[in-house]
Design a protein around this ligand. Structure first.
Ligand SMILES: [Zn+2]
Length: 117
């Protein structure tokens, strides 16, 4: 199992650059999602409409699990921590708040690997 990662950026200029980059990525993903949904609205073929909606959902799901924003509070301007069992990034405040819960989930996963999280 991969280890937890905590990414703390101390340099304020680099931190601001990363926050702006995260915002730009989130905006681009949101625009692409809107485009898929608009195309789906105007599509008459059920199969194609369904595929377009699935693409929009997958895109947002990927964004929700990315380092661009916290999976719990959706903060974009924070240091981030990765929690491998959930394959998601959390701001360090949420990670600290829920770390004990995360650890119990890890222990449960180790003891009962067949269980779904
Ligand atoms: Zn958070």
């Amino acid at each position: 199992m991969k280890k937890e990662k905590i990414l703390i950026i101390k340099d304020s200029r680099l931190r601001n650059l990363i926050y702006k980059l995260r915002s730009a990525i989130i905006e681009a993903v949101s625009q692409e999602r809107k485009r898929f949904m608009m195309e789906a609205e105007h599509e008459v073929d059920f199969q194609i409409r369904s595929e377009l909606r699935n693409k929009a959902v997958k895109l947002m799901h990927a964004l929700d699990r990315s380092i661009c924003k916290c999976s719990l509070c959706h903060s974009t301007n924070s240091d981030m921590a990765y929690f491998p069992p959930y394959k998601s990034w959390y701001c360090t405040a949420c990670f600290d708040r829920f770390h004990e819960r995360f650890q119990s989930d890890v222990q449960r996963l180790i003891s009962h690997p067949e269980e779904d999280f």
